[in-house]
Design a protein around this ligand. Structure first.
Ligand SMILES: O=P(O)(O)OC[C@H]1O[C@H](O)[C@H](O)[C@@H](O)[C@@H]1O
Length: 541
C-alpha cells in the first residue's frame, strides 16, 4: 500500500526571520541601484572577458547568457551575498529533505523526488522513493499499452484518441511538453488537451473522435475542480450516446489524482486510477502521473529522458557553487530587475514555435507561486514580490507588441529562449533556423543598446534627409535602450533539455520565494472565486 503521507519533519523549514528590506545586503543593493548602473551600451562595450565569463552559465544542455543584464561586478557580488543572507541553499536543502515548506497547507513539496532515477533515494525518505518508483512504473506501463494500441475499449477496438481533461497544473505541464516534443509524437494515437469548460472546446476535439476508440484521462489533484468535472460529465455522456454505456465505460476512463477515494466514488476503476500525493503541487506535477498523456505521446523512454534532464538540473542546482549556479542566477537577476530596477513585468520571448506554450506554463509557475503579498509568517510584504509574467512566440511578438518594449514607457526585462540545433526535416530548415536565431540576438541587442540622439541624427543625415527633418524625426527614431534580458539556449529541443529547462525555472521560483520570504507552494488567491462560483451554482436562478 502506497502511503499518501510523506515522512516530513513536523517543523516548518525556517527561512531568515528579518524582513528582506531590513537586511544589510538588500540595503546595499538599493544604494547600488540608486547610484545608477552604467547604460548597457557601456556595459556591453566593456570587453573585459571577466564580465562575459561571469555572466554565462551552463547546465544539462542549457546555456544562460546574461551579458545583456544591467549588472556590474559589484551588483553581482551583492546579489550573491543576498542569496547567502537569505539562506537560499539551506531552504532548498529543507525542501529536498521533505520538510514542510508549505506551512499554510501543512505540506512538503517533493517534486524533485519525482524525477530521481529508478527508486534512488535522495535526501527524502525511502518510503517516498519506493512509492514514486512503483507508481511511475504503473503509469508508464499503461502509457506503453495505450501508445502501442494494446489497450482496448469496451468493444474490443484499439484506442486512437486520448483526450486529457484537466486545468491549470493538470493541463499546462503535459500540454507544453507534448507541444514541444511533437517531433517524437506517435503517429497513430492522437493526444488532445481540453481544459476549458466552454462546450465548444470539447466539441471541437470530440467531433474528430469515435467513442469506441477514445480514452479520456481525467486529471485533477483534488478531483473537485468544477471545470474538469463538467468536462468529464460531458465526456461520459458522449461515450454513452456513442454506444459505450455507463457500465462498460471503465476502459475509456483513466483518473489521475491525489484523492483516489473521490475518483472511486465517481465510478473510476482503482486499476485505472493513478496516484499523485498531496506533496506534488499542481504546477510542479508534470513529472508525476499527471505526465501520463505526455508519456502516451512520446513513449516511456523519452519520458524518462525528460525526468533525467530535470534531475541533472536538480543536481546542478544542489551541487554547484552559488556563482556558477544557473537557476540561482535566473532568480537573482530577476530580483535585481524587480526589486531594485523597479520593473513590474517580465516577458518570455520564445524563439521556437514548438516551445511557445511554455510561456503559459511558466506564467502559472511564477505567478501562482510568487504572486503573494504576505511573508511566509503572515506578516505583510513591504517589498515587491513576483512580477507579472507574460509572453509567447518572440518572432510574432516582434511584429506586434515589441514596439512598446523598444519605445514605450515601460522597462520590460526579457527572457529570450531559443534552440541552437534544429532538426526540422525541411530542405531549407537551416536557413529558417538562422533567421530565427539571428532575430533573437538582434532583439536582445537592440533592446540593450538602443540608439541615442547623435547616432539617430547621423543615420537620418546619411539617408539624405535635410536638417529640419532630421531634427523633427530624431525624437521619434531614437531608442532609449538599456532593457535587460537573458538569453537561454537549449542545445537542441529534446526531452532531456526540456526537462532541464522546466526544472531550472522551478528552482528559480523557489530561490526568489526564499529571498522574498513567501510561500511558493500555496495558491489561496484562487479560492475566493471558486467559493463564489459554488454559491452562485447553488443559489436559485
Ligand atoms: O488538479 P486540480 O485539483 O483539478 O487543480 C487544477 C488547478 O486549479 C486550481 O484552482 C489551482 O489554481 C491550480 O494550481 C491547479 O493546478
Amino acid at each position: 500500500m502506497i502511503s499518501s503521507k510523506p515522512s516530513v519533519t513536523p517543523a516548518i523549514a525556517s527561512p531568515p526571520t528579518s524582513p528582506p528590506a531590513q537586511r544589510p545586503t538588500w540595503q546595499r543593493l538599493q544604494r547600488l541601484a540608486a547610484n545608477g548602473v552604467p547604460h548597457l551600451r557601456e556595459l556591453l562595450c566593456d570587453s573585459g572577458a571577466r564580465r562575459a565569463e561571469r555572466l554565462h552559465w551552463h547546465a544539462a544542455g542549457i546555456t544562460l547568457d546574461a551579458t545583456h543584464q544591467a549588472v556590474t561586478h559589484e551588483v553581482l557580488d551583492a546579489l550573491l551575498a543576498l542569496a547567502a543572507e537569505s539562506s537560499v541553499r539551506e531552504q532548498a536543502a529543507a525542501l529536498a529533505r521533505g520538510e514542510i515548506v508549505n506551512p499554510t497547507e501543512g505540506r512538503a513539496a517533493l517534486h524533485v523526488a519525482l524525477r530521481a532515477p529508478g527508486n534512488a533515494t535522495g535526501p527524502w525518505s525511502a518510503d517516498i522513493a519506493a512509492a514514486v518508483h512503483a507508481e511511475r512504473e504503473r503509469f508508464l506501463a499503461a502509457a506503453e499499452r495505450i501508445r502501442t494500441q494494446r489497450w482496448q475499449g469496451a468493444t474490443g477496438e484499439s484506442i486512437t484518441d486520448v483526450v486529457n481533461l484537466g486545468i491549470g497544473g493538470s493541463d499546462l505541464g503535459p500540454r507544453t511538453a507534448v507541444q514541444a516534443l511533437q517531433a517524437l509524437v506517435h503517429p497513430t494515437v492522437r493526444v488532445h488537451f481540453v481544459s476549458n469548460p466552454d462546450a465548444w472546446t470539447l466539441y471541437r476535439v470530440l467531433r474528430q473522435c469515435t467513442p469506441a476508440r477514445t480514452l479520456f484521462i481525467v486529471q485533477s489533484k483534488t478531483f473537485t475542480t468544477a471545470e474538469t468535472l463538467q468536462l468529464a460529465a460531458s465526456a461520459r455522456r458522449w461515450l454513452a450516446d456513442g454506444g459505450i454505456a455507463a457500465d462498460v465505460q471503465r476502459a475509456h476512463l483513466l483518473a489521475v489524482t491525489a484523492a483516489p477515494a473521490l475518483a472511486a466514488a465517481q465510478g473510476y476503476a482503482p486499476e485505472h486510477t493513478f496516484r499523485i500525493w498531496d506533496w506534488v503541487g499542481g504546477r510542479y506535477s508534470v513529472w508525476s502521473a499527471i505526465g501520463l498523456p505526455l508519456a502516451i505521446a512520446i513513449g516511456a523512454e523519452a519520458f524518462r529522458a525528460l525526468l533525467d534532464g530535470a534531475h541533472a538540473m536538480d543536481r546542478h542546482f544542489w551541487e554547484s557553487p552559488p556563482a556558477r549556479n544557473l537557476p540561482l542566477a535566473l532568480a537573482l537577476l530577476g530580483v535585481w530587475n524587480r526589486n531594485f530596477l523597479g520593473c513590474p513585468t517580465h516577458l518570455l520571448a520564445i524563439y521556437s514555435s514548438r516551445l511557445a506554450t511554455l510561456a503559459h506554463h511558466l506564467q502559472q509557475l511564477e505567478m501562482e507561486s510568487n504572486g503573494k503579498s504576505v511573508h511566509i509568517d503572515g506578516t505583510p510584504c513591504a517589498i515587491d514580490t513576483g512580477p507579472i509574467v507574460w509572453g509567447g512566440s518572440g518572432i510574432d511578438g516582434q511584429h506586434a507588441y515589441f514596439q512598446l518594449l523598444h519605445q514605450g514607457r515601460h522597462r520590460v526585462p526579457v527572457d529570450f529562449i531559443g534552440v541552437q540545433q534544429d532538426d526540422t526535416p525541411l530542405p531549407l530548415a537551416a536557413d529558417h533556423q538562422r533567421l530565427v536565431q539571428l532575430s533573437l540576438r538582434a532583439q536582445a541587442r537592440a533592446l540593450a543598446l538602443g540608439r541615442d540622439d547623435a547616432a539617430t541624427a547621423a543615420e537620418l543625415r546619411a539617408a539624405g534627409l535635410p536638417p529640419d527633418q532630421v531634427q523633427a524625426l530624431t525624437p521619434h527614431r531614437r531608442f532609449a535602450g538599456n532593457v535587460p534580458s537573458n538569453i537561454l539556449w537549449l542545445e537542441a529541443l529534446t526531452p532531456r533539455t526540456l526537462g532541464a529547462l522546466l526544472a531550472a525555472y522551478e528552482h528559480k521560483v523557489f530561490c526568489q520565494a526564499a529571498i522574498w520570504r513567501v510561500n511558493p507552494f500555496d495558491q489561496w488567491g484562487v479560492e475566493l472565486g471558486k467559493a463564489i462560483l459554488r454559491q452562485l451554482q447553488n443559489s436559485p436562478a
